[in-house]
Design a protein around this ligand. Structure first.
Ligand code: FAD
Length: 475
């Protein structure tokens, strides 16, 4: 048929990548159409990822913290949890943000088209309209003609093919629905998403097991940081199975009976009320008819791009989870701005030196740039400044001095290469380390920057002074 709508810029997918790209393109004067299959904007991050998980983690952290208050003379008694209200709270948090995005789209005159988009050729997509809460097709289809496009189709949870289909076996989206509190929960995959969700369920009363194929939890972070988290969190777990695989499961009336193989495998299959699959996410690149537009998608479903976020088809860009690791919202947003700016003729490029990672567990674990384990593996000589929070006035005052702040510097240039923080609010602090790396700061720059006292952030200045040999605050 004919063309129903024409635009300068078509953005496919309205996650952090897609909506950021659409807004920036509109701000730069383009007529923008944003295509999203779900009823709300915000993608995985706002609807079933970053935001709802953090809303629940905040509740869990407060619940845990007040339980420790008895030791300091303030007692609250055991918490009683109303899951319906908790879910409503989570929905309200999400709704506030996704509603805000819709308002911002309107303000910018971005046309939001609800439906499933698929390329027809390098200048057209067809959108099959969807309705209701999910992806139900209404039967209506429209064709949109575009001058340029940005693919921001995101990713979805990987499902283990040998696990049966059962409502007690969930991915992160299912886990965030908080239908009930299980007694025994298995987390398959010891990465950030699994451990965050595990934290929530454990605080609500579940006993946890975790199974991980590799030799440690929270891969990517330095082992010494993870150790601090693990020591604090050991009471949540019955069994941490490392170098172990889940090989099968059976749905029974009493629970999900799971079999394991490997170094940490128990001899007998184990019974769980809830099994969370958190074994990674796969990109949606193969589901958008990219081939019809001539856009190359690799065998894993990622779309290769250059530093201007262009695919092999110069007027079609791709950003976010669909272009590769790390699959993080802040990376998607940064790439989105680059793509929109390049499309508008600006000389933008993705030239970030580092992308920070954060596990919003309790304590938080955050890292950016070169890690100590990487430096060791590469045989690089680095100078380390490690400030233990047991010497931080604020951490002690908070009753949370288990953490520490670690910075790594180049031995020759003294410039900062990386940093890791474990402790409460580590995620809020790691941005300063990222800034220091981007600015090429050295030990003196960071150490001589006056940090407010008493804050946890001071520990960054102290760690720099320790590396420089001028710290007077640690024995
Ligand atoms: P997505 O958010 O996946 O959005 C893609 C959008 O495109 C979706 O809305 C999808 O419906 C739509 N779409 C796809 N194909 C089509 C199509 N053909 N037609 C129409 N629409 C389509 N990251 C962080 O940085 N911090 C965190 O704390 C964090 N926590 C997380 C917690 C969980 C439980 C999960 C699952 C993820 C978390 N992430 C976190 C990762 C983060 O959510 C993603 O990196 C981010 O959402 C990627 O953004 P995106 O725009 O690339 O894609």
């Amino acid at each position: 048929g004919g063309v129903d709508l024409e635009c300068d810029m078509l953005v496919l997918g309205a996650g952090p990548g897609g909506y950021s790209a659409a807004f920036r393109a509109a701000d730069l004067g383009m007529k923008v159409v944003l295509v999203e299959r779900y009823a709300t904007l915000g993608g995985v991050c706002l609807n079933v990822g970053c935001i709802p998980s953090k809303a629940m983690l905040h509740v869990a952290a407060v619940m845990d913290e007040v339980q420790h208050f008895a030791d300091i003379g303030v007692s609250f008694g055991a918490p009683s949890v109303d899951l319906d209200k908790l879910r409503a709270h989570k929905a309200k948090v999400v709704g506030k943000l996704t509603g805000g995005l819709s308002a911002m789209a309107k303000m910018r005159k971005v046309t939001v088209v609800r439906g499933y988009g698929s390329f027809l050729d390098p200048h057209h997509v067809s959108v099959e309209e969807t309705g209701g809460e999910g992806q139900d097709k209404t039967g209506k289809t429209q064709t949109i003609k575009f001058k340029q496009a940005i693919i921001a189709a995101g990713s979805q949870a990987v499902r283990l093919p040998f696990l049966p289909s059962d409502e007690r076996i969930v991915d992160s989206t299912g886990a965030l629905q908080l239908r009930a509190t299980p007694k025994r929960m298995l987390i398959v995959g010891g990465g950030i998403i699994g451990l965050e969700m595990g934290t929530v369920y454990s605080t609500l009363g579940a006993r946890l097991d975790v199974v991980e194929m590799l030799d440690g939890l929270m891969q990517g972070a330095d082992r010494d940081l993870v150790k601090v988290w693990q020591k604090m969190n050991a009471p949540r777990f019955d069994n941490i199975m490392l170098k172990t695989k889940t090989v099968g499961a059976e749905a029974t009336a009493d629970g999900i009976l799971v079999r394991f193989e490997g170094e940490g495998a128990p001899k007998e299959p184990q019974l769980y009320d809830l099994v969370l699959q958190a074994v990674g996410r796969s990109p949606n690149g193969k589901k958008i008819g990219a081939d019809k537009a001539g856009v190359i998608v690799n065998e894993r479903g990622f779309i290769p791009v250059d530093i201007q976020m262009r695919t092999n088809v110069p007027h079609i860009f791709a950003i976010g989870d669909v272009v590769g690791q790390p699959m993080l919202a802040h990376k998607a947003v940064h790439e989105a701005h680059v793509a929109a700016e390049v499309a508008a003729g600006e000389k933008s490029a993705f030239d970030a030196r580092v992308i920070p990672s954060v596990a919003y567990t309790d304590p938080e674990v955050a890292w950016v740039g070169l890690t100590e384990d990487q430096a060791k593996a590469e045989g690089r000589k680095v100078k380390k400044g490690l400030f233990p929070w047991s010497a931080s006035g604020r951490a002690i005052a908070n009753g949370r001095d288990e953490g520490y702040t670690k910075l790594l510097f180049d031995e020759d240039t003294h410039r900062i290469l990386g940093g890791g923080i474990v402790g409460t609010h580590a995620g809020d602090m790691i941005g300063e380390v990222a800034l220091a790396i981007e600015m090429g700061a050295d030990e003196v720059d960071i150490g001589k920057t006056i940090h407010p006292h008493p804050t946890l952030g001071e520990s960054i200045g102290m760690a720099a002074e320790i590396a420089h040999g001028t710290c007077t605050d640690v024995p």
